[in-house]
Ligand binder design. Structure first.
Ligand code: AHG
Ligand code: MN
Ligand code: MN
Length: 314
């Protein structure tokens, strides 16, 4: 019986990784990224909301925040001593940190996903995908870890190294302490859904799927930020996020290396599913670092229904 008023034992991120006997270099890498998030929080809350005057490899104009967040994380990774190669959504090419890749990790990340939402004060996030060794051009099923940090009313961090999905919250000392361990998606129908892209551009199969979701009582929840929208599905343990193939964008919008692979890894670790409408996201072999793919991700029952509608109608 704990003393009345005693605060529950707070397990911080590093301790959680150590208690799960995680590789010490992987623990170091994950903690470095967690530390870098403190500087991104500061940049979001006080930084310049203007344009950087540059564009990324997608031809999208970069915000100063995108570039600053990229520099914060890239610098931490480059000096960590455990990273071989880095791919950032905000950089045109892979950054080679150490040609001696043996025993090191390669990291793909989106430094500030949803950055265009900062000026309207909506939640944004950092998304990270981690592979062992040199190459990042591998199917997502070969990831050894994935994580995201959600900068919302509270700052939370979710990670998996293949042994379940765990959520941490940032406390008053800016430490990440454990909230939930081994998060598992509920069985059954999606209770919420996030429909990205213009509905008028949906294929017949996706339109039929959207009507299925609504007919079965799923409530629409869409913020425009991939990280908060996915986080809601995970923490509510039910739901479906989609950014489908569109008539005017057959590959959808979201990027395979930086957004879809890490989120697919996390959701599958929680017992959910992630598909491009026909096959598992984690089975897609990237051809270019800027590959995009359509995505249906969340409750397994809903993803299976999406694939069925697309197979029947598209
Ligand atoms: P990013 O800010 O890194 O470019 O990503 C934005 C993405 C993702 O956060 C979100 O799911 C999607 O853009 C929303 O797209 P729409 O604005 O077309 O809905
Ligand atoms: Mn993004
Ligand atoms: Mn981004």
């Amino acid at each position: 019986m704990s003393e009345i008023g005693a605060t529950p034992l707070q397990i911080d991120l590093r301790r959680h990784l150590r208690e799960h006997d995680e590789d010490r270099d992987l623990t170091r890498l994950i903690c470095e990224i967690a530390d870098a998030s403190k500087y991104i929080i500061n940049a979001i809350s006080t930084g310049d909301l203007g344009m950087a005057g540059t564009s990324n490899l997608y031809g999208e104009e970069q915000l100063a925040l995108d570039v600053l967040s990229d520099r914060i994380i890239t610098k931490r990774l480059a000096h960590s001593g455990v990273v071989a190669n880095i791919a950032s959504e905000e950089r045109d090419d892979i950054v080679e940190v150490d040609p001696d890749c043996e025993g090191k990790f390669s990291v793909a990340f989106d430094p500030l996903d949803g950055s265009s939402l900062v000026d309207v004060n909506l939640a944004v996030g950092t998304i990270v995908s981690i592979y062992r060794g040199c190459s990042l051009m591998r199917p997502g099923r070969e990831q050894v870890a994935a994580m995201y940090i959600l900068y919302g009313p509270r700052t939370t961090l979710v990670y998996s190294t293949g042994n379940g999905v765990h959520e941490f919250g940032m406390n008053s000392l800016m430490e990440y302490t454990l909230n939930y361990e081994n998060i598992r998606m509920d069985e059954g129908r999606a209770r919420i859904y996030s429909p990205g892209g213009q509905r008028s551009q949906y294929s017949a199969g996706t339109e039929k799927f959207a009507q299925y979701l609504e007919t079965n009582g799923a409530k629409l929840r869409y913020s425009g930020g991939f990280v908060p929208d996915i986080n809601q599905v995970l923490i509510k343990r039910s739901g479906l996020f989609m950014y489908p193939h569109l008539k005017n964008a057959p590959e959808g919008k979201l990027r395979l290396l930086y957004e879809l692979n890490p989120m697919a890894y996390l959701i599958e670790q929680a017992g959910g599913a992630a598909s491009d409408g026909r096959r598992r996201i984690l089975d897609i072999r990237p051809e270019k670092i800027d590959d995009r793919a359509p995505v249906f991700i969340g409750s397994s029952e809903a993803v299976a229904m999406a694939e069925q509608c697309i197979a029947e109608m598209d």
